[in-house]
Design a protein. Sequence first.
Length: 366
Amino acid sequence: MPTPLPIIDRPIRLAVIGLGHISELVLPTYAARDDVEVVGLCDLDPARRQRWGREFPDALQTGDIDELLQIDADVVDVLVPTPAHAAVVIRVLEAGFHVQVQKPIARSLEESAAMVAAAARTGATLRVLEDYLFYPPLVKLRDVYVSGEIGDATGIHMKIVNTGRGGWEIPESSARWLFEQSKDGRGWLVFDHGWHQLAIAYWLFGPIKRIFAWIGETQVAPELAPDVMLDAPSTLVWEHDNGVRGVLDITLAPETYFKSDYYCCDERVEITGTRGYVRCNRVSSYGVQEPSVVVYRDGEVRGYHALPDRPPDAFAGSTANMVDAFRWTDVAPMMDGETSHVVLEALLTALESSKAGRPLDVPRRH
């Protein structure tokens, strides 16, 4: 049985499976809190275990999931590559732990449904780590929209410009599984990154009822790796149940430089309302050096210059929500398994629509 909730009289005991590249953003948020105790570290790579073992010296270090699942923990954070999500998460849930798993929830609706069913069957909480919903400029964008300052929403536009210059170097091991995953149409930019944007769209306006994607492909290194393709340029267009329409434009600009300490893509999100608009100017990189959020109404522009606007700020906010969801009865995890399944339905329908060459209704098979 999973640990009864809420956990109010001690730190949350947390174990981690998978210590790859994304752990550099996730695990520091645990080290910064006194209400989280990391008790287990699991990865097949001894160097990764040693790297984080220095940060959490009291944690069990192991390359064996079965050994990890013998320890006294409340929550297991699953940070393995997406193709392994379902198998690992279901195994952890059935061993009697609450689970947090990195986005996207799974590669297929069947895998996602099995994960949600396992959580329900065991009585455990299943939370998907979607850091963009806690990125302070995007939270401010949502607050402005909800306040009514720009009137009723009439549309949302999102833009991603992906480049190979700037930001940190992606390890070969991380790039390999992403490119392998793309061979069946689940590309790095539309499936793996586009999940963020459709999660934002759901967070703002609710379920998507109809979607169309026009997915292209580009050879990024034709001489060195002719079989490696990126799924850009790509465009997604959709309509929510409430009538708001959205557009996501994904462009590849390989020679463009964006200053960044993390991922090097430039992203923008803009809600247009009946009285004005609110725009978030950057997420992953520093992008254009304007205020991270601007609001236009009645001929005047107001900017928010001092919001925390680095990726670690988003991950810190996500961890705060995770901790609160396990410590307080009136706080829900964002995103839960059911919500994540709905987002995955829209994303996979987009991939199907690109193959069909026409818009498709989101079937809602959950």
